[in-house]
Design a protein around this ligand. Sequence first.
Ligand code: PEP
Length: 242
Amino acid sequence: MPCKLAAGNWKMNGLRADLDELRALIVAHPNPDCGVLICPPATLLSPMADIAAGSRVLLGGQDCHTGDSGAHTGDISAPMLADAGARHVILGHSERRADHGESSGLVAAKARAAHRVGLTAIICLGETEVERDAGTTLDVVLGQLRQSLPEGASAVNTIIAYEPVWAIGTGRTPTLEQIAEVHDALRAALPDAEMSLLYGGSVKPGNAAEIFALANVDGALVGGASLKAADFGAIIAALDAA
Ligand code: PEP
């Protein structure tokens, strides 16, 4: 069975004052059945690692470079993330693909760098609204999957997140049928059927349970609703109940 995971992507949000949200989450959900992961901005990884020590909460980065070190001002490497306490790294988020022109080939190279140091790569895929309206969703998503997965990707070192670009941060979600269609197609195309498949895009406490009830949804990658312990905690509880 693929592992169930509630993953929070804090994006470029969070100051030290917000560390109380992590403390509150650990107190409210000390023993979740599902995996719980928070990917804060890199500046909060170390303090979060101190707070999360001894808890079930795992930490992750939001991107990494293809190299381990070197002259790359402003970048962060996979060994640095691991050294700061990360176990996972989000790669190929649509905001990186759009804002930084990241191709699927680059995502695969970043995933190789993550795997070299034992980080689990969470590889994000998703169609734009134009692509969905054109009826090309499955072609786009399956093409991104093929090109973003490095050789050797397995359930042990890789998680896939399906995130329709038009659903991220918009409050709009696909229908359950639309989510199921993509997740079923992804499951059939994965090199390892045990790989976890997350859905992402405006997951909230109010819609989490019905999404988690779908056969090939193993959890969620959550943006906005992961910033507050109460909201993220409700999503964790819905995943535990699924
Ligand atoms: C995301 O950024 O990965 C995401 C799913 O964001 P939101 O939950 O805010 O739509």
